[in-house]
Design a protein around this ligand. Sequence first.
Ligand SMILES: [Zn+2]
Length: 278
Amino acid sequence: MKKKENIYCFLTILTIILILTSISIIKVYKKNKPIEVFSSTTNLSKRRYYKKEYQERYENYKEKNPNLEDDKIIIYVNIGLDNPFYTNTQKSPRQNTKEVLVNKYYYLDKDYIPKDLTLIDEKYQSGNRKMVKEAALKFNEMARSAKEAGYNIRAISTYRSFDYQNNLYTRYSQIDGSKKADTYSARPGYSEHQTGLAVDVDNFITNYTNFGSTNEFGWMKNNAYKFGFILRYTKENEFITGYLNEPWHYRYVGVGIATKMKQENISSYEEFYFKYLD
Ligand SMILES: [Zn+2]
């Protein structure tokens, strides 16, 4: 009886040793084998936005986010989300077009001033607000259309120069510290307002920070895209943009892009950009 127990004990130990050895062999193998991207069932290389040179970054990101779909892994890494905000920064692509991308990875130079800055109709703004001509005209159209439906939209901040943004960000950082300021204010060069394509709005009455609870916000949700404007910073895309929800901040991208984003339910301009424009 005793002997039989000893044999069982021996077998159990042997099994454990075998399992542990095979695990470590697999680990070593995994480390040394060339990086293979994801499951063989997904043919990633056929996707337009897949970048061969990012293969290792995709793998690393996948390892950190095992539950994320492969498609999202690719887009997020292309956006740059595997690096912290304000690292690996580059000059904004597509400058002086309505597709320009400005965020915490892509910046505009100090002397970047958009062409054709045009005043918005005085009925729909306060403080001589200017946007790139096409955006300004579309904003007028949008505000007029809102007005006809009984809603009042007003531009309260549009184009801001590098220096203006620098003062703003410096002031906020002094008040709140830079870590907190970064969640609601862009560092100079990284503000979408410098493109002349961004606009902060209110409804003439309520403070702009409460725009999300106004009827005008509801109207914008259903209609802004028809005039080429998208809501830029939402709760849903906070992890992509690095900004807290801003119901008052809209970005002109043109009717084509805004409509496509709406149809495909794409939550951030970054995702759209790296899917279709990169
Ligand atoms: Zn804004």
